[in-house]
Design a protein around this ligand. Structure first.
Ligand code: ATP
Length: 301
């Protein structure tokens, strides 16, 4: 039996003359939470739709739970998905909505209350859907995706539009599901929403995979940075030039110069700035957070 939940090779989708997904290759091991991160329009939804057999790839291959994506009927009974927001009847309760979907999909309705409890909606099961908060609606969507008792759960932006509390609720739920053995493939345009819970990561930029691997490997790849500001805004250009002349990669971001380099270089940087007549108002060596790395990789900001 395959030990990968998802495996894609050279997977592409072209719309007109544009590659929405271009030669994507990655693997997601079973039993992990894999974050699927990329800016809006980078191809996350298109990839998920190909993996679920909703659209046909232009090229490449893919396997879900060991079965080719050419034959979705072989794996879809073991996959739960929530793509582009759940659709429910506003006037029905959470419980009624789930029972309706269970009947529609040919799943047992016996698990409905259990699933509502699992996503933390047990005590609101009888309230109408339209009275739910956005976070509750998303959690009901996840409960619906869990109806087939899936081995793999695929969620497209389940934290989109949620407040920090709602994001935390979804995170805890996904962690609990993964701990019980469900593989989770979850997308977001914000790495910060997934970095705490993801074991694995696939990063997309403009349809191309820019990183795939263990979250811990991404951390290891990180260069330390030194963030510096002069007393005057006009000092930034000179500070940037000093860092670049010394052979460091540097950019101006959020009103400060960000220099790739070890903390020890800060002392030399300070001295060189002083020699150039610049008094520093900030000089902070730090490890970059992943969001910064992400923007570095995606060329945003
Ligand atoms: P978002 O989070 O904004 O949905 P995404 O990463 O999921 O972004 P996709 O929705 O997969 O990105 O879109 C990738 C690219 O493909 C975009 O440029 C989009 O405009 C284009 N695209 C997606 N679906 C179609 C379609 N049916 N026809 C033409 N172009 C499409």
């Amino acid at each position: 039996m395959s030990n990968t939940a998802i495996s894609v090779s050279d997977l592409s989708k072209k719309y007109g003359g544009r590659m929405a997904v271009s030669h994507a290759t990655f693997e997601v091991p079973l039993g992990t939470i894999c974050g699927f991160v990329g800016p809006n329009g980078s191809g996350k939804t298109t990839t998920m739709r190909m993996l679920l057999g909703l659209i046909t790839p232009t090229g490449g291959t893919g396997e879900i739970l060991g079965e080719s994506i050419k034959h979705p009927e072989k794996y879809l009974p073991r996959v739960g998905a929530m793509i582009e927001g759940p659709a429910f009847y506003p006037a029905l309760s959470g419980s009624e909505n789930l029972k309706y979907l269970a009947n529609l999909g040919g799943f047992s309705t016996d698990r409905v209350q259990y699933l509502l409890d699992q996503v933390g909606l047990g005590d609101r099961a009888k309230s109408k859907y339209k009275t739910y908060s956005l976070g509750m609606k998303q959690r009901l969507g996840i409960a619906a995706a869990l109806l087939p008792n899936p081995k793999l759960l695929m969620l497209d932006e389940p934290t989109n539009g949620l407040d920090p509390e709602g994001i935390q609720e979804v995170r805890s739920l996904l962690r609990a599901l993964a701990d019980e053995g469900t593989s989770v493939f979850v997308s977001s345009h914000l790495l910060s929403e997934l970095e705490l819970i993801s074991d694995y990561l696939v990063m997309l930029r403009k349809g191309e995979v820019v990183f795939t691997g263990k979250m811990s490997d991404l951390m290891l790849d990180q260069q330390p940075v030194i963030i510096a500001k002069g007393a005057h805004e006009s000092d930034l250009g000179a500070l940037l030039a000093i860092a670049q002349r010394a052979g460091h990669r540097a950019v101006i971001r959020d009103g400060a110069v960000h220099v790739e380099g070890p903390a020890e270089w800060a002392l030399e940087f300070n001295r060189a700035a002083f020699d150039a007549g610049i008094t520093l108002s900030q000089l902070t060596p730090q490890l970059p957070n992943l969001e910064e790395t992400f923007f570095e990789m995606t060329g945003e900001k």
